[in-house]
Design a protein around this ligand. Structure first.
Ligand code: IMP
Ligand code: MG
Length: 181
């Protein structure tokens, strides 16, 4: 599947699974005291890239959670974001007083996440944190409070496990580097 498009495997399927379990255990511990009664933790997944990670993380979490999704688009070139972000799909629910965990596939420049954090913070959540599967430290242009990070990867264009290039490769069960065209 997708032979010829994959330069190398960056994160194997097994490594993704193990890391997701680790992150879920940590999140479970951290929120055990604050998400009690009916105040479930609210996972906010960023469409479409975070879908695979979000669903696996949610199933690995040892506490009740609710799921919401947002869709954003950045006005930029295909492979780098400009920091100007537009909300294509907003949350279906108010988040005032809620514990919010933004679930992202990858933090690249950090500009998308910076915008999301500002936007959601303005709605008065009880807490607001980020859980991202991947990050490219070399590409970061803004400093962000990313509490949970799965893996640091080199500055290569990543595909698979939700990440796309021109909408392809999202269903790969591992993360790979895209072959140069
Ligand atoms: P940022 O605003 O530069 O941090 O970019 C964030 C978004 O760009 C991510 O949520 C991804 O959807 C996309 N993105 C950034 N790097 C990659 C990559 O290597 N592969 C696929 N998508 C990426
Ligand atoms: Mg994304």
């Amino acid at each position: 599947m997708y032979d010829g498009d994959i330069a190398s495997v960056l994160i194997t399927e097994e490594a993704v699974r193990e890391k997701t379990a680790e992150l879920a255990e940590q999140v479970g511990k951290d929120y055990a005291d604050s998400c009690t009664g009916t105040n479930d933790l609210l996972l906010v997944g960023v469409l479409k890239g975070a879908v695979m990670f979000m669903t696996d993380l949610a199933r690995a979490l040892p506490l009740p959670v609710q799921l919401e999704f947002m869709a954003v688009s950045s006005y930029g070139s295909a492979t780098s974001s400009s920091g100007v972000v537009r909300i294509l799909k907003d949350l279906d629910t108010p988040i005032e007083g809620r514990n919010i965990l933004i679930v992202e596939d990858i933090v690249d420049s950090g500009l998308t996440l910076q915008y999301l954090l500002r936007t959601l913070e303005a709605r008065g959540p009880a807490s607001l944190e980020v859980c991202a599967l991947l990050t490219k430290p070399e590409r970061r242009t803004v400093d962000l409070p990313t509490r949970y990070i799965g893996f640091e990867i080199p500055d290569k264009f990543a595909i698979g496990y939700g990440l796309d290039h021109a909408e392809r490769f999202r269903n790969l069960p591992f993360v790979a580097a895209l072959s140069p065209a």
